[in-house]
Design a protein around this ligand. Sequence first.
Ligand SMILES: [Zn+2]
Length: 218
Amino acid sequence: MGSGAAPPYEYASAALTPEQLAALPVGQMTPFAEELLAQPVELEGCPGVRIVEWRPTSGREATTGPTPAAVSVLSAVCAVAIDAFDAFVAVEVPFPVPAPADVRVDVSLLPTGSDGPVARTLADHDGRFARRDKTFTHDGAVHRIGGYTDFASGQVFVRHDVLTGDGSANAYVAMIFAHELFHAMSWQSGLFMTHGVPRGEADERLARRFTASLGLDE
Ligand SMILES: [Zn+2]
Protein backbone atom coordinates (compact mmCIF):
# COMPACT_ATOMS: atom_id res chain seq x y z
CA MET A 1 0.00 0.00 0.00
CA GLY A 2 1.14 3.57 -0.45
CA SER A 3 2.94 5.34 2.30
CA GLY A 4 1.83 8.82 1.40
CA ALA A 5 -0.96 9.10 3.95
CA ALA A 6 0.07 9.87 7.49
CA PRO A 7 -0.74 7.13 10.00
CA PRO A 8 -3.98 7.87 11.83
CA TYR A 9 -2.32 7.43 15.21
CA GLU A 10 0.40 9.42 16.89
CA TYR A 11 2.68 8.76 19.82
CA ALA A 12 1.98 10.63 22.99
CA SER A 13 5.49 12.02 22.72
CA ALA A 14 8.68 11.61 20.75
CA ALA A 15 11.12 8.78 21.42
CA LEU A 16 13.06 8.90 24.65
CA THR A 17 16.50 10.46 24.65
CA PRO A 18 19.55 8.26 25.39
CA GLU A 19 19.76 9.92 28.80
CA GLN A 20 16.15 9.07 29.56
CA LEU A 21 16.66 5.49 28.36
CA ALA A 22 19.73 5.06 30.56
CA ALA A 23 17.69 6.16 33.56
CA LEU A 24 14.92 3.59 33.01
CA PRO A 25 14.69 0.68 35.41
CA VAL A 26 15.97 -2.53 33.86
CA GLY A 27 13.32 -5.11 33.22
CA GLN A 28 10.21 -2.96 32.90
CA MET A 29 8.53 -4.75 29.99
CA THR A 30 5.36 -2.73 29.91
CA PRO A 31 5.37 0.63 28.14
CA PHE A 32 5.94 3.83 30.03
CA ALA A 33 3.27 6.49 29.75
CA GLU A 34 5.33 8.46 27.27
CA GLU A 35 5.66 5.38 25.05
CA LEU A 36 1.92 4.81 24.72
CA LEU A 37 -0.14 5.73 21.71
CA ALA A 38 -2.09 8.92 22.28
CA GLN A 39 -5.20 6.80 21.70
CA PRO A 40 -5.25 3.00 22.12
CA VAL A 41 -6.28 1.19 18.94
CA GLU A 42 -9.42 -0.84 19.59
CA LEU A 43 -9.74 -3.98 17.48
CA GLU A 44 -13.11 -4.43 15.83
CA GLY A 45 -14.81 -7.64 16.88
CA CYS A 46 -12.33 -8.11 19.69
CA PRO A 47 -13.47 -6.24 22.79
CA GLY A 48 -10.96 -6.12 25.61
CA VAL A 49 -7.95 -6.36 23.31
CA ARG A 50 -6.32 -3.11 22.31
CA ILE A 51 -3.06 -1.90 20.86
CA VAL A 52 -1.49 0.51 23.33
CA GLU A 53 1.97 0.87 21.78
CA TRP A 54 3.12 0.69 18.17
CA ARG A 55 6.68 1.43 17.12
CA PRO A 56 7.25 1.40 13.37
CA THR A 57 10.69 1.20 11.83
CA SER A 58 11.63 4.52 10.26
CA GLY A 59 11.36 4.30 6.49
CA ARG A 60 9.27 1.12 6.68
CA GLU A 61 6.09 2.58 8.11
CA ALA A 62 3.95 1.05 5.33
CA THR A 63 4.62 -2.50 6.55
CA THR A 64 5.46 -1.87 10.22
CA GLY A 65 3.26 1.07 11.17
CA PRO A 66 -0.31 1.56 12.41
CA THR A 67 -2.06 1.71 9.06
CA PRO A 68 -5.77 0.91 8.63
CA ALA A 69 -4.81 -2.23 6.67
CA ALA A 70 -2.61 -3.46 9.51
CA VAL A 71 -5.36 -2.75 12.05
CA SER A 72 -7.81 -4.78 9.94
CA VAL A 73 -5.42 -7.73 9.86
CA LEU A 74 -5.00 -7.66 13.63
CA SER A 75 -8.75 -7.26 14.20
CA ALA A 76 -9.52 -10.27 12.02
CA VAL A 77 -6.89 -12.49 13.67
CA CYS A 78 -7.98 -11.41 17.14
CA ALA A 79 -11.67 -12.05 16.51
CA VAL A 80 -10.95 -15.53 15.15
CA ALA A 81 -8.67 -16.38 18.08
CA ILE A 82 -11.07 -15.16 20.77
CA ASP A 83 -14.03 -16.90 19.16
CA ALA A 84 -12.17 -20.20 18.77
CA PHE A 85 -10.78 -20.46 22.31
CA ASP A 86 -13.75 -22.09 24.04
CA ALA A 87 -14.29 -24.77 21.41
CA PHE A 88 -10.58 -25.52 21.24
CA VAL A 89 -10.30 -25.93 25.00
CA ALA A 90 -13.43 -28.09 25.11
CA VAL A 91 -11.77 -30.55 22.72
CA GLU A 92 -8.21 -30.37 24.07
CA VAL A 93 -8.73 -30.21 27.84
CA PRO A 94 -10.57 -33.03 29.66
CA PHE A 95 -12.25 -30.82 32.26
CA PRO A 96 -14.27 -27.61 32.23
CA VAL A 97 -12.41 -24.33 31.97
CA PRO A 98 -14.34 -21.13 32.56
CA ALA A 99 -14.36 -18.99 29.47
CA PRO A 100 -12.34 -15.77 29.75
CA ALA A 101 -15.42 -13.76 28.90
CA ASP A 102 -13.80 -10.51 29.85
CA VAL A 103 -10.32 -11.12 28.52
CA ARG A 104 -8.29 -7.94 28.74
CA VAL A 105 -5.08 -7.71 26.79
CA ASP A 106 -2.88 -4.73 26.03
CA VAL A 107 -0.67 -5.20 23.00
CA SER A 108 2.66 -3.62 22.10
CA LEU A 109 3.83 -3.91 18.49
CA LEU A 110 7.60 -3.59 18.51
CA PRO A 111 10.58 -3.91 16.15
CA THR A 112 12.36 -7.25 16.21
CA GLY A 113 15.73 -5.64 16.81
CA SER A 114 17.23 -7.27 13.72
CA ASP A 115 18.64 -3.86 12.77
CA GLY A 116 20.39 -3.68 16.13
CA PRO A 117 19.22 -4.45 19.66
CA VAL A 118 18.27 -0.92 20.57
CA ALA A 119 15.94 -0.10 23.41
CA ARG A 120 12.28 -0.93 23.03
CA THR A 121 12.76 -3.77 20.58
CA LEU A 122 12.06 -7.45 21.16
CA ALA A 123 15.84 -7.99 21.17
CA ASP A 124 16.46 -5.71 24.15
CA HIS A 125 17.52 -8.76 26.18
CA ASP A 126 19.53 -6.87 28.78
CA GLY A 127 17.21 -3.92 29.22
CA ARG A 128 13.46 -3.82 29.04
CA PHE A 129 13.17 -7.56 28.33
CA ALA A 130 15.83 -8.56 30.85
CA ARG A 131 13.27 -10.39 32.99
CA ARG A 132 11.43 -12.33 30.34
CA ASP A 133 11.78 -16.11 30.16
CA LYS A 134 14.55 -16.82 27.66
CA THR A 135 15.95 -19.83 25.85
CA PHE A 136 19.54 -20.00 24.65
CA THR A 137 21.54 -21.43 21.78
CA HIS A 138 24.32 -23.93 22.47
CA ASP A 139 26.84 -21.08 22.52
CA GLY A 140 24.86 -19.01 24.96
CA ALA A 141 23.16 -16.52 22.66
CA VAL A 142 19.57 -15.61 23.43
CA HIS A 143 17.03 -17.03 20.99
CA ARG A 144 15.21 -14.22 19.24
CA ILE A 145 11.47 -13.95 19.70
CA GLY A 146 8.65 -12.72 17.49
CA GLY A 147 6.24 -12.38 20.38
CA TYR A 148 5.94 -12.69 24.14
CA THR A 149 3.22 -12.69 26.78
CA ASP A 150 3.90 -11.21 30.21
CA PHE A 151 1.35 -12.90 32.46
CA ALA A 152 1.93 -10.55 35.37
CA SER A 153 0.79 -7.50 33.44
CA GLY A 154 -1.45 -9.11 30.82
CA GLN A 155 0.69 -7.41 28.22
CA VAL A 156 1.31 -9.08 24.87
CA PHE A 157 4.27 -8.14 22.65
CA VAL A 158 4.28 -8.89 18.93
CA ARG A 159 6.67 -7.94 16.14
CA HIS A 160 5.35 -4.99 14.23
CA ASP A 161 5.65 -6.08 10.56
CA VAL A 162 1.97 -6.92 10.24
CA LEU A 163 1.96 -6.35 6.48
CA THR A 164 4.21 -7.61 3.69
CA GLY A 165 5.68 -5.45 0.97
CA ASP A 166 2.66 -5.92 -1.29
CA GLY A 167 0.27 -4.84 1.46
CA SER A 168 -1.06 -8.30 2.27
CA ALA A 169 -1.11 -9.80 5.76
CA ASN A 170 2.16 -11.20 7.09
CA ALA A 171 1.03 -14.75 7.88
CA TYR A 172 3.90 -15.30 10.29
CA VAL A 173 2.96 -12.29 12.41
CA ALA A 174 -0.71 -13.29 12.30
CA MET A 175 0.30 -16.68 13.71
CA ILE A 176 2.39 -15.05 16.44
CA PHE A 177 -0.43 -12.71 17.45
CA ALA A 178 -2.90 -15.61 17.78
CA HIS A 179 -0.28 -17.63 19.68
CA GLU A 180 0.29 -14.88 22.23
CA LEU A 181 -3.44 -14.25 22.58
CA PHE A 182 -3.81 -17.92 23.42
CA HIS A 183 -1.26 -17.60 26.22
CA ALA A 184 -3.07 -14.54 27.56
CA MET A 185 -6.47 -16.27 27.43
CA SER A 186 -4.99 -19.40 28.99
CA TRP A 187 -3.67 -17.36 31.89
CA GLN A 188 -6.79 -15.26 32.39
CA SER A 189 -9.15 -18.24 32.18
CA GLY A 190 -7.15 -20.23 34.72
CA LEU A 191 -6.32 -22.92 32.16
CA PHE A 192 -2.60 -22.24 32.54
CA MET A 193 -2.58 -23.16 36.23
CA THR A 194 -4.23 -26.52 35.50
CA HIS A 195 -1.23 -27.68 33.45
CA GLY A 196 1.25 -30.09 34.91
CA VAL A 197 4.69 -28.63 35.51
CA PRO A 198 6.54 -27.24 33.73
CA ARG A 199 3.40 -25.25 32.98
CA GLY A 200 5.05 -22.94 30.49
CA GLU A 201 6.03 -25.85 28.27
CA ALA A 202 2.56 -27.36 28.45
CA ASP A 203 1.01 -24.02 27.50
CA GLU A 204 3.50 -23.64 24.67
CA ARG A 205 2.43 -26.98 23.19
CA LEU A 206 -1.23 -26.00 23.46
CA ALA A 207 -0.61 -22.59 21.90
CA ARG A 208 1.00 -24.27 18.90
CA ARG A 209 -1.91 -26.66 18.54
CA PHE A 210 -4.26 -23.71 18.80
CA THR A 211 -2.70 -21.77 15.91
CA ALA A 212 -2.51 -24.96 13.87
CA SER A 213 -6.24 -25.52 14.49
CA LEU A 214 -6.86 -22.03 13.12
CA GLY A 215 -4.88 -22.85 9.96
CA LEU A 216 -2.34 -20.16 10.78
CA ASP A 217 0.73 -22.39 10.72
CA GLU A 218 2.21 -22.99 7.31
ZN1 LIG B 1 4.43 -19.30 23.29
